[in-house]
Design a protein around this ligand. Structure first.
Ligand code: THU
Length: 137
């Protein structure tokens, strides 16, 4: 995938992070999910008192897309950190990895970014090998 597309995706994740609702942790996360049709769906983390109902940025983006009938994706960019800072290793949590695996293949690209110029690229299989699936392979 073209590096400029990934850079734009990271910038969209950084912008989405501004909407993070994280009064309990102060840790703000943004995600930008690129669909196969070229559309982008963004998400931020949304924290709920009691924590169980909290939704991560990645799942916010996935649920937005799927709720609009889009279920095929090529890549996601994720950024996060405390306050205004971005850390270099804001990886999708285990639950979000499984949620991505519901819709994305092993070669789906996961970009973990610290800035639009500093990022690392993984495949979903790197992050979630031996995924659980009820589907027959
Ligand atoms: N968080 C995400 O948004 N995505 C992840 O993959 C990991 C964690 C959020 C959840 C919570 O609001 C905050 O980061 C601190 O755990």
């Amino acid at each position: 995938m073209d590096a400029s597309i990934l850079k734009t995706l990271i910038e969209e994740a950084i912008a989405a992070r501004r909407s993070s609702y994280s009064p309990y942790s102060g840790f703000k996360v943004g995600a930008a999910l690129l669909a196969q049709n070229g559309d982008t769906f963004t998400g931020c983390n949304i924290e709920i008192s009691g924590h169980t109902a909290t939704c991560c940025a990645e799942r916010t983006a996935i649920f937005k897309a799927v709720s609009q009938g889009i279920t095929s994706f090529t890549a996601i960019a994720v950024v996060g950190g405390p306050g205004d800072a971005l850390i270099d290793s804001c990886f999708p949590c285990g639950v979000c990895r499984q949620a991505l695996a519901e819709f994305c293949g092993e070669d789906f690209i996961v970009i973990v970014a610290e800035s639009a110029d500093k990022w690392r690229k993984f495949s979903l299989n790197d992050l979630l090998p031996h995924r659980f699936s009820e589907k027959k392979s």
